[in-house]
Design a protein around this ligand. Sequence first.
Ligand code: HEC
Length: 146
Amino acid sequence: MRWFRKATTKTWAWSTSGAVVLAIVAMASNRADEPVAPRPDEVAPFMRAKLKHAQEVLEGLSLGEFVMIQRAAQELAIASQASSWQVLQTVEYARQSAEFRRSCESLKNAAREENLDGATLAWMEVTMKCVQCHKYVRGEAGLSPR
Ligand code: HEC
């Protein structure tokens, strides 16, 4: 009888681990179906980086350093396409992001042409887009870009 008990314990152990493996596989495949939402602890440092680039633009404008402006505008445009930027999966959020990117492109172009007034104006446009999107995010989604 002893062998029998041993065998059933083993069988039980195997089927349990089998179930655990199945559960893990099921969880993993479920996750793959979900849209890629950025992890909350990744979002804040990522969003903070915008502020650093914004400061670089202002520095570039103040010093007439066009390369610095171009680089920072490029970083901002690229950031707006990263997955950590896609906090909301709404049409409006996508539209705001696209507009923001367009303003960053105008800023970059004005800096490339060494047009300081044009770049300053484009920067004001970019700033408006920061504020507009944050207003939307705060109002619609109850998120809090402080
Ligand atoms: C298309 C939308 C959008 C635009 C444009 C945008 N942001 Fe944000 N920003 C967000 C979202 C979404 C959050 C995070 C909200 C949350 O999870 O609380 C955020 C958060 C932030 C934060 C707070 C980070 C923290 O400490 O929690 C800062 C700072 C920030 N943004 C700066 C900027 C600056 C500067 C610009 C313009 C150069 C800008 N953002 C443009 C959507 C945007």
